[in-house]
Design a protein around this ligand. Structure first.
Ligand SMILES: [Zn+2]
Length: 300
């Protein structure tokens, strides 16, 4: 049995899967915000609950909104800021009395989709989460590629390539830079751009629904959004050239992008050839927690 934990800013979700990835049981609790010890206790409590209900002991993996620095062994880049500067993997390992694997939540997403999701069996998978923010993660042969600095896949903080005059220098990002991909292609970014153009407030989900119903303003916005997505992903292809790009998060339900973005890629990728498969995540919101469980990889 494998247990995955998805440590989010508001909820902690945990699930147990069997060796074939079938879900056995799942629970979620509120995240004890600003309480590091409480967060560990909540994670341990979930593991014990899953094990009591299944009568089995499992391996434990956890996805976190940040990464563990190879240099210091401490969490960094977490928007759940009370985790930053803490040795979460060591503390969780000690609290559970067994080895625990921890990775960035977007890396878990890529691992999930590479293991038994939309990119099953693919060699190199780039996972993109388009939600409130814009995450990215790399899985190679179903395993996390965290990278030397723990930032492998963090394309959300690369600048939007080939900006037009109106796009440069771009909005200020919480990371301190301007014009980051996240500011343009996340659901939040789409909504901000729409507001700027139309003066009206719509969520990304509403804009996508409007677009699908034939609304003209929404069509202009979605067209720009897809083009920015294609520009950003062409940088990923020029750098990593993954076999499959899997898209998850709330904005991944914009089904038009799976036709439009692959067509646009060729005009941006070096050499004009881009046969990369771009697909929607199979497991939706569950990919993060499933991927955390698969940090202990499936043996094929
Ligand atoms: Zn940024």
């Amino acid at each position: 049995m494998r247990i995955g934990i998805d440590l989010g800013g508001t909820k902690i979700e945990a699930l147990a899967i069997d060796k074939d990835g079938r879900e056995l049981v799942r629970h979620r609790v509120d995240t004890p915000r600003d309480d590091y010890r409480g967060t560990i206790d909540a994670m341990v409590g979930l593991v014990h609950r899953l094990e009591a209900e299944t009568g089995t002991t499992g391996s434990v993996g956890a996805g976190i909104p940040g990464s563990i620095s190879a240099k210091t062994g401490l969490v960094k880049n977490a928007n759940s800021t009370w985790l930053n500067g803490r040795p979460l993997d060591k503390d969780l390992t000690a609290a559970l009395g067994r080895d625990v694997r921890i990775s960035n939540d977007a890396n878990c997403f890529a691992v999930s989709e590479a293991t038994d999701g939309a990119a099953v069996g693919s060699h190199v998978v780039f996972g993109v989460i388009l939600g409130t923010g814009c995450g990215g993660g790399v899985a190679i042969d179903g395993r996390v590629h965290a990278g030397q600095n723990g930032v492998g896949g963090e394309w959300g903080h690369n600048p939007l390539p080939w900006p037009t005059e109106e796009e440069y220098p771009g909005p200020v990002c919480y990371c301190g830079k301007r014009g980051c991909m996240e500011m343009w292609v996340s659901g939040t970014g789409l909504a901000r751009d729409y507001k700027q153009m139309t003066g009206r407030s719509r969520t990304a989900r509403e804009i996508i629904t409007d677009f699908e119903a034939g609304d003209k303003d929404a069509a202009v916005m979605v067209d720009r959004w897809e083009d920015r997505l294609a520009r950003g992903l062409s940088n990923v292809i020029n750098t990593l050239d993954p076999d499959v790009i899997v898209i998850g998060g709330g904005a991944s339900r914009a089904s038009h992008l799976y036709e439009s973005v692959p067509k646009r890629l060729a005009s941006y990728v070096f050499g004009g050839e881009a046969d990369t498969t771009v697909v929607q995540a199979k497991f939706g919101d569950s990919s993060g927690v499933r991927g955390a469980a698969w940090l202990w990889p499936m043996v094929r």
